[in-house]
Design a protein around this ligand. Structure first.
Ligand code: CP3
Length: 341
């Protein structure tokens, strides 16, 4: 069997072409996704393995990406910890906020195979349906990113509850991050056991912290996670949003690939931590609102920046936006695949 270009690139081995996938590739920009969502709410979709499978496969069949990513959400493992999670259209997630010592200490660790059995069932089903066409990526939020939702109780602009916890009760915040690290270890290892062929840790909000707080409350628990995953043959990717000022910490993080957002210079990343690790990224998602010609031009110029060395995985710098024309996502994948240096 031919090796998967995505897996080869993650391990910085030569690949037949630069692989491409798109963060949030199965989502609202697709009429086919909207159709499924018209019938069930988002959480039901996540918790129904055959529907999650159907949606996971859409971008493989319709966009031509080189990897599938499990259709789920980072907030799924918070529920069995004892936090209620709902999603409201046009609002986003709403959670029972845990802000004081009593509610944080009441949180439970999880047994992912049972507590989130529907995720593992979806992974097994997706692997069967993929029939080896592309590899399947499993994922989790980083402890700090999960904690922002758990402590804020939803999406926030100011982050004052989570940062307030960090500054007023640092030991309690340490406790929460360590508990979340254990949950993520259990959750990702269960995904690997079920058949995930790579795992990505999303640190969407690590980049809102000042550097010392990032190191203590985000990087440290991520280091604990990557030291405890069943990594044999399974690449581990760490995506850090808005983290240009933290790039010098990436070299010392034992993962196979680093995902970067569009504010970070790709050439510079390849020169620094890209010597030992693959780099994933980093087209600005709003480039997909330009013409197909401009998308192609910018994709190719980014690939020139990545250079000929092994270990570039093409992706956007953050999730694809719901308003994106689907034909432009297709044009992007075609542009990456037709690139010749
Ligand atoms: O990439 C994929 O296609 C896989 C599925 C996936 C989703 N969420 C589906 C989703 C993944 C990997 C995520 C991760 C996720 N979820 C992150 C980290 C990555 C990032 O984008 O920074 C975060 C922060 C979340 C939390 C989350 N989920 C929020 C804040 C929201 C509401 C805002 C929004 O975009 O709707 C979601 C909902 C969500 N997760 C949707 C999808 C397809 C939209 C749900 C819908 O159909 O209405």
């Amino acid at each position: 069997m031919n090796p998967f270009p995505y897996i080869e690139a993650c391990f910085k081995r030569p690949a037949s072409h630069t692989p491409v996938w798109i963060m949030r590739q199965a989502g609202r920009y697709m009429p086919q996704y909207q159709k499924v969502r018209g019938e069930v709410d988002f959480l039901t979709l996540c918790k129904t393995p055959d529907l999650a499978t159907e949606v996971t496969l859409l971008p493989i069949d319709l966009i031509g990406v080189d990897a599938a990513i499990l259709f789920s959400d980072i907030l799924i493992p918070l529920e069995p910890m004892g936090i209620s999670v709902t999603f409201e259209d046009k609002v986003g997630p709403i959670l029972s906020a845990v802000r004081d010592e009593a509610s944080i200490k009441a949180l439970r660790t999880i047994e992912a195979g049972e507590d989130t059995g529907f995720v593992m069932e979806a992974i097994r089903m997706i692997r069967r349906e993929l029939e080896g066409r592309v590899p399947l990526i499993g994922f989790s939020g980083s402890p700090f990113t999960l904690a922002t939702y758990a402590v804020e109780g939803g999406t926030t602009k100011s982050f004052h509850n989570i940062k307030g916890l960090i500054y007023s009760r640092p030991e309690l915040a340490d406790y929460l991050m360590d508990l979340l690290a254990d949950v993520v270890i259990n959750y990702l290892n269960a995904q690997i056991d079920a058949g995930a062929q790579a795992v990505q840790i999303f640190d969407t909000w690590g980049g809102i912290l000042a550097e010392p707080e990032y190191v203590r409350f985000s990087l440290k628990p991520v280091k604990k996670i990557v030291a405890n995953l069943k990594r044999d043959g399974i690449p581990v990717i760490y995506y850090l949003n808005n983290g240009s000022y933290l790039a010098h910490h990436m070299e010392g993080l034992d993962v196979d690939a680093i995902g970067i957002d569009w504010r970070q210079d790709l050439r510079e990343s390849r020169r620094t931590f890209g010597k030992q690790k693959a780099v994933q990224g980093n087209l600005d998602p709003t480039v997909l609102f330009a013409s197909p010609e401009e998308i192609r031009r910018r994709a190719h110029s980014l690939m020139d920046e990545a250079g000929p060395e092994t270990g570039h995985i093409f992706n956007l710098g953050h999730g694809i936006l719901p308003q994106t024309p689907m034909e432009n996502a297709i044009a992007l994948v075609e542009a990456v695949h037709e690139y010749r240096p």
